[in-house]
Ligand binder design. Structure first.
Ligand code: BDR
Ligand code: CA
Length: 309
């Protein structure tokens, strides 16, 4: 039976590929896409989620908008990577996929409550919506199978020496979610930087030749050029790595370790403190994704793109 999941995202180039990877894969049942402020303001990330579904012919999956800003901080869009509308590159078509009238948290709650089996949450942006859901509906935690989050890092950051963007955007939310008791996997920069969007990857996607592939290749071209300019590397396609792990655990190795979120540091707010060497002697509370089977990852991504419109 396919794994039922909800993607909570902030599209964002790599979020679009996370949606597509899930929508096109036979082992995933994509129940909903919910949006959050992150890579762009909520109005952009929500529109972009609808664009992603429209381009790929993903209909019948509800899309609902969530938080306009982090729990205790201001929205700080990642324009330097994703552009002013969070999806720089191609001309964006008018989305025809409708917006669900419910809020993201209402939609997540309804789906989790009514689902016959526990649902997996795959957040690929700041954890604002998921934290709000956890606080609003504590009784539903038992009906969440697990949370597999793209965010954090065991080492370097990408908005400072240590913090990664999704964690840094809303560290208070990340802290709430990690301490919720729901089984948690962190898919951080330490693994997503193994999924580099090289020219070969872009051409491999383009060669698939359908509408999703041609649009996707333009997204990848913009995204990777941004990364080259800012960090001097081809873009790491972060978010689909979390979906790939839900599809097939063997696509990545992981370790069970203690994860604590820094919420207060002057230089380190949003740092994900992963105690890989058990220095703190605290109970491990998260699976930490480590090594990616890069070839298998790209073939999963391409298989999904091929299966879409
Ligand atoms: C994360 O931040 C966003 O820019 C990407 O979409 C990804 O979710 C990487 O730090
Ligand atoms: Ca994202």
């Amino acid at each position: 039976m396919p794994t039922p999941i909800i993607i909570d995202c902030d599209p964002g180039h790599d979020d679009v590929f996370a949606i597509w990877l899930a929508a096109g894969n036979p082992d995933i049942d994509l129940l909903a896409v919910t949006t959050v402020s992150g890579n762009g303001y909520l109005e952009h990330t929500t529109r972009n989620a609808r664009v992603a579904c429209t381009v790929a012919g993903v209909t019948g999956v509800p899309v609902a908008a969530g938080a306009e800003r982090p729990l205790m901080r201001q929205a700080a869009p990642a324009t330097w990577i994703h552009g002013d509308n969070a999806l720089g590159g191609p001309d964006l078509p008018e989305p025809t996929v409708p917006l669900d009238p419910r809020t993201a948290v209402q939609l997540i709650s309804d789906i989790v409550r009514e689902a016959p089996v526990p649902v997996t949450l795959v957040p690929t942006g700041p954890l604002t919506n998921i934290a709000t859901f956890v606080l609003a509906e504590p009784a539903l935690a038992a009906k969440v199978r697990e949370i597999v989050w793209m965010g954090g890092s065991t080492g370097r950051g990408n908005v400072g020496a240590y913090p990664e963007f999704n964690a840094w955007s809303d560290p208070e939310a990340a802290d709430i979610v990690v301490r919720s008791g729901i089984p948690f996997t962190m898919v951080g920069l330490n693994i997503t930087h193994q999924a580099l969007v090289t020219d070969e990857v872009i051409e491999g996607v383009r060669a698939i030749g359908n509408r999703t592939a041609l649009f996707g290749a333009e997204l990848l071209r913009f995204f990777s050029a941004s990364y080259q300019a800012v960090e001097g590397i081809p873009g790491p396609l972060h978010d689909p790595v979390a979906v790939a792990i839900v599809i097939d655990r063997t696509v990545a190795t992981s370790v069970h370790a203690r994860l604590d979120i820094e919420t207060k540091g002057t230089e380190t707010a949003g740092a994900t403190c992963v105690d890989l060497h058990n220095m703190l002697r605290r109970e491990p509370n998260a699976q930490i994704a480590m090594e990616l089977d890069v070839e298998r990852f790209w073939s999963l991504v391409k298989d999904s793109v091929r299966a879409l419109a």
